[in-house]
Write a protein that binds this ligand. Structure first.
Ligand code: URA
Length: 209
C-alpha cells in the first residue's frame, strides 16, 4: 500500500515485545512508548525539508543543511497519544504541540470530539499525528479529518501497533496521509481490542488499570 510503512527494525520489534508483556509496569511501559516513538519518528521524518545555511566552523565557513520551513506540529490523539509527544520533541525540540481529544462511544465505538486545538498556520506545517494504537481506525480518521478541516495538508500518522481493519480504514479515507506502524497485528476482537496487542495503551501509560 502506497504511503503505508510498517517498521521492520529489530530495536522497534524488541521494544514492542516488551510492551506487550502484561508484567511490564507503568514506568517501563511509558519509557518504552517514548523510545519506540523516537525510533519511528527518526524514520517518519526522513523527508523533512532542509536548506543550506552558512555556518562558521573552527576551520572555515561552509554551507551546511538545516531543517527549513515552519516548525512541525506533533498532534497526540488524547489520551494515549500523549505518550509519544516527547518522542517527537526529542527529535525536533522546536515542534509545536496540538491536541485532538476524542472519546469512543462505548456502544458504537465511533469517535466524538471533546477538545481539539492546533498550532496556528497549520496549513504551512508538517503535522505528525500520534496514537499508539490504530484499532478500528475511527479516531485516527476523525483526527485527520479535523486537522484537514483546519487547513492541514502535509500529514503523517504514527502508531505503534495497528490492526488490519484500522489501517485499511485510515488509508482508504486518507490515502495522501503517510502512515507509520511499528507492527501490524492479527485482528480486532469483539471489544475492539487489538489481538495480540498490548491491552489499553492509555491505561498502561498512565497507570489507570
Ligand atoms: N486502544 C488500545 O489502547 N488498545 C487496543 O487494543 C485498542 C484500542
Amino acid at each position: 500500500m502506497e504511503n503505508v510503512y510498517i517498521m521492520n527494525h529489530p530495536l522497534i520489534q524488541h521494544k514492542i515485545s516488551m510492551l506487550r508483556n502484561k508484567n511490564t509496569g507503568t514506568n517501563e511501559f511509558r519509557k518504552l512508548v517514548e523510545e519506540i516513538g523516537i525510533l519511528m519518528g527518526y524514520e517518519a521524518l526522513r523527508d523533512l525539508p532542509v536548506e543550506n545555511v552558512e555556518v562558521e566552523t573552527p576551520i572555515e565557513t561552509c554551507m551546511t543543511p538545516m531543517i527549513s520551513g515552519k516548525k512541525l506540529a506533533v498532534i497526540p490523539v488524547l489520551r494515549a497519544g500523549l505518550g509519544m509527544v516527547n518522542s517527537i520533541l526529542t527529535l525536533v525540540p522546536s515542534a509545536k504541540v496540538g491536541h485532538v481529544g476524542l472519546y469512543r462511544d462505548p456502544v458504537t465505538h465511533e469517535p466524538h470530539e471533546y477538545y481539539c486545538k492546533l498550532p496556528e498556520a497549520i496549513d504551512e506545517r508538517i503535522s505528525v499525528i500520534v496514537d499508539p494504537m490504530l484499532a478500528i481506525g475511527g479516531s485516527a480518521e476523525a483526527a485527520v479529518d479535523f486537522v484537514k478541516k483546519q487547513g492541514g495538508k502535509n500529514i503523517k500518522f504514527m502508531c505503534i501497533i495497528a490492526a488490519p481493519e484500522g489501517l485499511k480504514r485510515l488509508h482508504e479515507a486518507h490515502p495522501d496521509v503517510q502512515i507509520y506502524c511499528g507492527h501490524l497485528d492479527r485482528e480486532l476482537n469483539d471489544h475492539a481490542y487489538i489481538c495480540p496487542g498490548l491491552g489499553d495503551a492509555g491505561d498502561r501509560i498512565f497507570g489507570t488499570m
